[in-house]
Design a protein around this ligand. Structure first.
Ligand code: ZN
Length: 122
């Protein structure tokens, strides 16, 4: 599938095509109702096929993308920009998970130490 130039705005015709082929759900997903290439939403403009997740994420971030674009919500047809990740996004997502887990683990000791300091100060 073709990849548009990084940072290039979505052509109005494609933007319109996207708007006409999605349904927003109450829980924040944007469901693609257009064609699928196995697990990948795509759109055809003339004779060119575009990977929809890539178009949406590139438009959303305005930067080039790295690697495959996947959904973080695990709904194949979801193309909500906040639910899409490229390789950089997945790396940051994983790193954040590790940091949050470490913070979760350290929190009881941190709270106990703070309580001890307050007791001494009082
Ligand atoms: Zn989603």
């Amino acid at each position: 599938m073709d990849r548009p130039e990084p940072g290039s705005p979505l052509p109005a015709t494609l933007r319109d095509l996207l708007a006409n082929r999605t349904t927003a759900t109450d829980d924040g997903h944007l469901i693609w109702t257009g064609p699928m290439d196995r697990t990948c939403p795509y759109i055809k403009a003339g004779r060119t096929r575009y990977a929809v997740r890539r178009l949406v994420l590139q438009e959303h971030w305005g930067r080039g993308l790295f690697g495959d674009v996947t959904t973080s919500c695990r709904i194949e047809r979801c193309i909500a920009p906040d639910h899409l990740l490229d390789e950089v996004g997945r790396h940051n997502h994983d790193a954040l998970d590790v940091m949050l887990a470490a913070l979760d683990q350290a929190m009881p000791a941190l709270l106990a130490r703070e309580a001890a300091h307050r007791a001494v100060a009082a």
